[in-house]
Design a protein around this ligand. Structure first.
Ligand code: 13P
Length: 256
């Protein structure tokens, strides 16, 4: 199975900065069949970067899109508009859930719209700090999976990627707390057993599951060796070219 290294740039880099970063990144990394490198710039940079990107080396992801294909939805971008521009779309990121109030119903529709438009959804799930403190991690993971995948048929589930990002481990403004490999291993097991319940054993084994939350070059190798982890989704480290390149190298070594 491929290893996915996904950089979520969030609200950073203007179009010019995004283009320069991409230019440098493409020079630094060779084509590698086992590692799928994906960058997720701001929506405004997607179109120009889609003309610049070497798709043999890496792919583009959107950070968000709306589930309706067209109509009176001021300010939104549809998956239909992103078709041919990106290969992936991050959906249900905790920043969308908690800052923009996206609920499982909205996320379910976005996942379905992505699949319908042949864009691979990277469905993010994960518990908050207080949910973890109250022992609700397993329930949250289960509920978010059931919600997000409600409209995904057996036929389409192989077009979905799951990213486990515990909200408490995402480095936003406060000092990062790191998830231990044991935390990650437990969550991944739960994700796969829930997927088995919803679909079957083969699907559960083959579904790519990524980890995200303060990943950096020092801990990437550790997370990638947790059984069942098929890649990493990172924010901060993907903004620093040398760190992102290091993590791609680590992925190549660990998974070769
Ligand atoms: P950090 O790697 O900065 O913790 O961000 C993780 C994340 O939210 C990626 O989507």
């Amino acid at each position: 199975m491929k290893t996915y290294i996904v950089g979520n740039w969030k609200l950073n880099f203007n179009v010019g900065e995004s283009s320069i970063y991409l230019h440098k990144l493409q020079k630094k990394i060779p084509i590698c069949r086992n590692v799928e490198v994906v960058i997720a710039p701001s929506t405004i940079a997607l179109q120009p970067l889609s003309l610049q990107i070497d798709r043999h080396k890496m792919k583009l992801a959107a950070q968000n899109a709306f589930y309706r294909d067209y109509g009176a939805f001021t300010g939104e971008t549809s998956f239909t508009q992103l078709r041919g521009v990106v290969d992936y779309c991050i959906i249900g990121h905790s920043e969308r859930r908690y800052i923009f109030d996206e609920d499982d119903k909205m996320i379910e529709k976005k996942v379905a719209a992505a699949v319908r438009n042949k864009i691979t959804p990277i469905l993010c799930i994960g518990e908050t700090e207080s949910e973890r403190a109250f022992g609700e991690t397993a329930d949250v993971i289960r509920d978010q999976l059931l919600g997000g995948l409600r409209d995904v048929s057996e036929e389409d589930i192989d077009k979905v990627i799951i990213a486990y990002e515990p909200v408490w481990a995402i480095s936003s403004t406060k000092a990062a707390k790191y998830a231990s490999p044991y935390d990650v291993a437990d969550a991944i097991k739960l994700i796969r057993s829930t997927i088995e319940e919803l679909y079957d054993k083969k699907v559960a084994e083959e579904l790519p599951v990524l980890f995200g939350g303060s990943v950096n070059p020092s801990n990437a190798g550790g997370y990638l060796t947790v059984p069942g982890v098929n890649g990493l989704l990172m924010g901060g480290s993907s903004l620093i070219l040398s760190e992102f390149v290091d993590i791609i190298d680590i992925a190549k070594r660990v998974k070769s």
